[in-house]
Design a protein around this ligand. Structure first.
Ligand SMILES: [Fe+2]
Length: 315
């Protein structure tokens, strides 16, 4: 096999004493050859893992053909109901890895089909995790990254939407749909020039107008799809609307804004404030909530905001 027949996997996702069922390889330093480290039938022990870590090894390799089984393995760990058997570190790592894979596929793919498919996978995964009370919201918050990239922002917004929806008492299926809607909310940004999205200075009026097109662009991309529900489309179309009618693209008010879009609006602004941006550093949670509080009733739905506030304050 050639080197491109192997793919790296993080050893942090490996559980001691349970058989992965996949052959694990290592790169031999002198020859740069891939050599079998452990056959699929022999589980790694805690000692093995510690020895690898002490040598500074963070990755082992699996053959490309076994990539699908590795994905299944990760998914199982990420959503497993048996907390006892799986350490939080391994589970957190598995969740991060699964999400990363899903997002990479989604945002690298040209086709909206792939993105929508990935969004629904992420929705399922998140709903599974959220309805499994073993995995606390606190753990979820730890998993999230806060760098600036449209896809990181979208992933965080997706999780946040799921958390808020779940706290509001929506059924697991609705939590799933709202989560995948969250991943898609900024889809229209993929059609906007990157340098504009990353521009550090002030935007001109014209540039603003261009960016403000993204809800419409996203909506147009998704509107004809039968695998999405109305609420998800509205999350894309209306997540920048405000209760007082000063939002965009339409400027509609209160009850004309879909409840799922209102959820998206609260967590979208929260995410934007608490993540690093090209023009400013991430804001502490408390400060972000204080700033948002001033806009209760004008931008944000009071009940939704209070609920989000209590989730963040408790975690
Ligand atoms: Fe947006």
């Amino acid at each position: 096999m050639h080197c491109f027949d192997y793919i790296p996997i993080s050893i942090a996702t490996l559980m001691p004493s349970s058989s992965l069922g996949l052959d694990l390889y290592q790169v031999e330093l002198e020859t740069e050859n891939y050599v079998l480290y452990r056959g699929g039938d022999y589980p790694l022990t805690l000692d093995d893992l510690e020895r690898l870590r002490s040598r500074g090894v963070e990755h082992l390799f699996i053959s490309r053909e076994s990539q699908a089984s590795y994905k299944d393995y990760l998914r199982e760990i990420a959503t497993s109901k048996d907390k006892e058997d799986i350490s939080l570190a391994v589970r957190t790592e598995a969740v991060t890895e699964v999400v990363r894979q899903i997002l990479q596929e989604a945002f690298a793919g040209e086709s909206t089909d792939q993105t929508v498919d990935a969004a629904s996978q992420l929705g399922k995964l998140t709903a599974d995790i959220l309805t499994n009370d073993q995995f606390a919201v606190k753990d979820m918050l730890k998993v999230l990254h806060h760098d600036y990239a449209t896809f990181t922002h979208s992933a965080n917004v997706a999780f946040y939407c799921g958390m808020l929806a779940s706290e509001l008492g929506f059924s697991p299926k609705v939590v799933e749909d709202i989560t995948s809607g969250g991943l898609l909310h900024d889809l229209g940004k993929l059609e906007i020039r990157d340098e504009l999205l990353r521009k550090p200075g002030r935007l001109t009026e014209l540039e603003f107008r261009e960016i403000r097109m993204h809800p419409i662009l996203g909506f147009k991309k998704l509107a004809h799809r039968e695998d999405l529900v109305e609420g998800q489309l509205m999350m894309t179309y209306q997540h920048h609307e405000r209760l007082d009618g000063k939002g965009y693209p339409v400027g509609c008010i209160e009850d004309d804004i879909h409840p799922w879009a209102k959820i998206c609006s609260v967590v979208d602004v929260y995410e934007a404030l608490t993540s690093n941006r090209p023009y400013r550093k991430a804001m502490p949670r408390k400060k972000a909530l204080q700033i948002m509080e001033r806009e209760i009733g004008s931008a944000f739905d009071p009940e939704l905001f209070r609920c989000w506030q209590s989730i963040i304050e408790q975690s």
